[in-house]
Design a binder for this molecule. Structure first.
Ligand SMILES: O=P(O)(O)O[C@H]1[C@H](O)[C@@H](O)[C@H](O)[C@H](O)[C@@H]1O
Ligand SMILES: [Mg+2]
Ligand SMILES: [Mg+2]
Length: 273
């Protein structure tokens, strides 16, 4: 398994402690897109530690992007960081909060680390070397039948009537196809590697979302693929890390069934803001 730098494990402790304390909350792209001091603190800590070790590497990080940094993936070695995934959960002390760090070279994802703070689960995946949770090898669900699937999704930050209608009608389509259930648990990275890996935590068979970002996707994508799963665009084509949309599943059949059921919700692109 991959080594996790001390500053990163220190971040996990900071988040677990901050969970129980009073938080100062502000908003970003919408009234439901939340950020706290801990998001900034943890992001700065992780970046400064990694920058010390790898001075030539580049960084894409959620809160730096929110403060105006460019979000473009170049061929240079790049760390893609979500300091707290599930900030809304964090604010409400709902037990699903994660740190997500992905690493890409030549625009290809090389490895990913996700730590589920509340469950104390460390997920790692490295291209060609498998995916692990607390040292145990991960394997995704092999389910191909949507009518036997538990599906996860997230709402995304837009709440205008047209977006909400599309979101609800996508959910309705999956329920109409008799998916066993559709769950919204408040963290993109919690949705993907954990539940798709039945030996690690409560199993789900698939995940889809419009309105997430490259830092929600980077680490999870490596981990899911290395656990044998599929991560693709909602059109059924190849994943585009900057496209703000995704379908992930244990099998290609399942991912295609979901992609075919979905109507697109346009969230623009991470690299066009
Ligand atoms: O802003 P943070 O890092 O918390 O991440 C959120 C995702 O960005 C959303 O797409 C998603 O809908 C979830 O709200 C997820 O937690
Ligand atoms: Mg975040
Ligand atoms: Mg996130």
């Amino acid at each position: 398994t991959m080594p996790v730098p001390p500053a990163v494990t220190f971040s996990f402790q900071i988040i677990r402690k901050a969970l129980t304390e009073e938080k100062r909350v502000s908003t970003k792209t919408s009234a439901v897109d939340l950020v706290t001091e801990t998001d900034h603190l943890v992001e700065n800590l992780i970046i400064s530690e990694l920058r010390k070790r790898f001075p030539s590497h580049r960084f894409i990080a959620e809160e730096a992007t929110a403060s105006g940094a460019k979000c473009v993936l170049t061929p240079s070695p790049t760390w893609i960081i979500d300091p707290i995934d599930g900030t809304c959960n964090f604010v409400h002390r709902f037990p699903t909060v994660a740190v997500s760090i992905g690493f890409a070279v030549h625009q290809e994802l090389e490895f990913g680390v996700i730590y589920h703070c509340t469950e104390e689960r460390l997920y790692t995946g490295q291209r060609g070397r498998g995916a692990f949770c607390n040292g145990q090898q991960l394997r995704v669900s092999r389910e191909t039948d949507l009518s036997k699937a538990l599906v996860l999704t997230e709402i995304g930050p837009k709440r205008d009537p047209a977006t909400l209608r599309l979101f609800l009608s996508n959910m309705e389509r999956l329920l109409h196809a008799k998916a066993h259930g559709v769950r919204v648990i408040g963290s993109s990275t919690r949705c993907s590697p954990g539940p798709l890996a039945p030996r690690a935590s409560g199993p789900a068979d698939a995940y889809y979302q419009f309105g997430l970002h490259c830092w929600d996707l980077a680490a999870a994508t490596v981990i899911i693929r290395e656990a044998g799963g599929i991560v693709m665009d909602t059109s059924g084509g190849p994943l585009d890390l900057m496209s703000c949309r995704v379908v992930a599943a244990g099998t290609r059949e399942m991912a295609m069934l979901i992609a075919q059921a979905l109507q697109t919700i346009d969230y623009g692109r991470d690299d066009e803001n």
